[in-house]
Ligand binder design. Structure first.
Ligand SMILES: [Zn+2]
Ligand SMILES: [Zn+2]
Length: 134
């Protein structure tokens, strides 16, 4: 799959050529706070298949825990990537940053135990109370 994406203001643009894996929703409290939304969705890509088209210097890196650094646009705040130091060969992309998010379809929920109570989910996908092995 070849796909492109970017942030809200357009300063940061990326492109990848790979089949996304590990496509799922995350309900954890850190993603919730980072996004201001009840849930986010993300996928994993081989790092060497992700190409920054522009705006790499506009990315702000925020280490929200030792396990995850979050990358977002310093101008508009649009979240784009998770950088996981323990997984140097891959990078995770937030699906909402894709130009055509319909093409990458989530297959599970993680941190479902932390999901907001009023967020009703009836999609039938597997729900993991915490994380899951990739
Ligand atoms: Zn931006
Ligand atoms: Zn999360």
């Amino acid at each position: 799959m070849i796909a492109e994406g970017g942030c809200l203001c357009g300063a940061v643009r990326y492109r990848f050529d790979a089949e996304p894996t590990n496509i799922g929703y995350c309900h954890c409290s850190m993603c919730r706070k980072a996004s201001g939304s009840p849930v986010i969705a993300a996928c994993t890509l081989p790092r060497d298949r992700l190409q920054m088209l522009q705006g790499e210097d506009a990315l702000v890196r925020y280490p929200s825990s030792p396990a995850v650094t979050r990358l977002f646009c310093g101008t508009c705040g649009g979240h784009l990537f998770f950088d996981i130091p323990d997984e140097p060969d891959t990078i995770d992309i937030w699906l909402g940053s894709l130009d055509e998010p319909d093409r990458v379809v989530p297959t599970f929920h993680i941190y479902a135990a932390d999901a907001v109570a009023w967020h009703r989910i009836d999609d039938g996908l597997p729900r993991y109370p915490a994380g899951r092995a990739k």
